[in-house]
Design a binder for this molecule. Structure first.
Ligand code: DUC
Ligand code: ZN
Ligand code: ZN
Length: 488
């Protein structure tokens, strides 16, 4: 008789706060033992010389998502979750995106229908809210939060997605009542619009002008405003995909004042710059995303933010569009920067990039790596302690890393369908070699071992960072949060 379905033996187990040299026993998809010399198991994995980390949680990715123009991402739930798994992830939380006029309930049903037959690892959904009608705010959103979709994203820019400050306040007030986490895309829409008009008037339409039109000042201003709105309503927010020191400093200042303002950044802001948008011909289109990559000084600032805890999460913002008329170049072979699909692929390389340059080169330690790529996402998005750590009772979700393995990035070896990688040719040291989700061996030695549809939908709890404040903290400081007094 075996005691365990699976035993991972002799690895070095790393969590956000601990290091253990022992075995892991798994039964029925859960971790049931952490000790040396565990008894017999049906399946054994020798992890000697390897690092056993909690599976990565990819908390910001766009999968099988139709843009407001009707453009589809090049990955569906099958290719995106396979790609995520090969990159060391065991959970993804993409978006169920509402377009104006859509019923949110219907949107969620549609995304479920896409994901159920295809996902190979576990998944949840954040909502994107572009049409906060009384019906959405009063009925649909509260019901969806209660059903386990406990976070949503709002946009301060993009013509067909953006909310004005009044609508943002409505959303934030609703999030406060329900205890949901609000993710904010913070860029000043009018600044982008005005700069775009000036650039286009001057005949400056090449991809590199995308980065000029999405200015750092506009990102900083919108971040400041988003924080002001969240302070007024007294509810936590997460500023996503921060690219600039201007935005980062706003977040840091708010945190120093004690406000629940969280930050996320992404690989494109550490490894790419605006110069990548100035490659020959239209090649720069491959690097167009919003906010755009900045310069090397901004990259260093963002590294500082990861080191000093300004950022809690490091996500890919995987938004894959092929470099052809079905994706990046949907508006023709030579489009102005205003008509290039925004987004870069990165779901498979998020962890190897941060491991190699961050841990390998001593910029962050391995525990910070785990916190930034798994544990904090689990806590922010209501999955902790089931996900995001290695502990008895948690799901058996692991990425086993070979810290010595070196590979040169080549898109042909990746599993997404973007058709290119912005990181092509980079030499990275340290790769996940075995990935396990709820005790299932998903990836091992370069092979996918599970079927599409075997990933499970995750009903999420309220965020550990965003419990309803009127329940947890009845004594709101009304001198600093005037708006909150009106709401209480
Ligand atoms: N910007 C977004 O806001 N979402 C997806 C891709 C991008 O570049
Ligand atoms: Zn965004
Ligand atoms: Zn995004």
């Amino acid at each position: 008789m075996t005691e365990y379905d699976l035993a991972i033996r002799c690895g070095t187990i790393i969590t956000a706060s601990s290091k253990m040299d022992c075995d892991i026993g798994v039964k029925d998809g859960e971790i049931v033992a952490l000790a040396k010399n565990l008894g017999p198991a049906t399946r054994n994995i020798d992890a000697a010389g390897k690092l056993v980390l909690p599976g990565g949680i990819e908390g910001h990715c766009h999968i099988e998502q139709k843009s407001a123009f009707g453009l589809m991402t090049s990955d569906d739930f099958e290719s995106a979750t396979i790609s995520a798994a090969f990159g060391g992830n065991t959970t993804v939380i993409p978006f169920a995106a509402q377009h104006r006029g859509d019923s949110l309930r219907q949107v969620v049903e549609d995304y479920h229908a896409c994901a159920v037959p295809k996902a190979v690892i576990d998944y949840g959904f954040h909502l994107i809210i572009s049409d906060p009608t009384p019906e959405v705010l009063g009925q649909e959103l509260p019901a969806l939060v209660k059903s386990g979709l406990t976070s949503f994203k709002v946009y301060m820019t993009y013509d067909r997605l953006r909310l004005d400050d009044y609508q943002m306040l409505d959303i934030l007030a609703m999030a406060r009542r329900e205890g949901a986490m609000v993710m904010i895309h913070a860029e000043n829409h009018e600044i982008i619009h005005w700069l775009t008009d000036r650039l286009m008037d001057g005949g400056n339409s090449a991809p590199k002008y995308h980065a000029v039109s999405h200015s750092r000042i506009g990102e900083g201003e919108a971040t400041h405003r988003a924080i002001a709105l969240s302070r007024l309503v007294d509810t936590p927010i997460l500023i996503v995909h921060v690219s600039s020191e201007e935005a980062m400093d706003e977040i840091r200042r708010a945190q120093d004042l004690g406000f629940k303002v969280y930050g996320e950044t992404c690989p494109q802001y550490l490894f790419l710059t605006a110069e990548d948008l100035d490659k020959g011909g239209m090649d720069g289109a491959m690097f167009c995303c919003s906010p755009p990559p900045r310069d090397t000084a901004a990259q260093e600032a963002i590294w500082r933010g990861l080191q000093n805890g300004t950022f809690q999460v490091f996500s890919s913002d995987h938004a894959p569009y092929s470099f052809d008329d079905k994706g990046k170049l949907f508006a023709g072979p030579n489009p102005p920067f205003t008509k290039i699909a925004n987004g870069v692929p990165g779901i498979e390389l998020r962890l190897p990039l941060l491991f190699s340059e961050g841990v390998g080169n001593g910029r962050i330690d391995i525990h910070q790596f785990v916190a930034l790529t798994s544990t904090n996402a689990a806590r922010l998005y209501g999955l902790f302690p089931r996900k995001g750590t290695i502990a008895v009772g948690a799901d058996a979700d692991f990425a086993i890393w070979d810290p010595e393995e070196e590979r040169t990035v080549a898109w042909k070896n990746l599993h997404d369908r973007a058709g290119y990688s912005p990181y092509e040719g980079m030499l990275l040291k340290g790769w996940p070699v075995t990935v396990i989700n709820r005790g299932r061996l998903v990836v091992d030695e370069g092979e996918l071992l599970v079927e599409p549809g075997s990933g499970e939908f995750l009903t999420r709890e309220l965020s550990a960072f965003a419990k309803p404040l009127h329940r947890l903290e009845p004594e709101v400081d009304t001198t600093r949060n005037f708006g909150a007094r009106i709401l209480s």
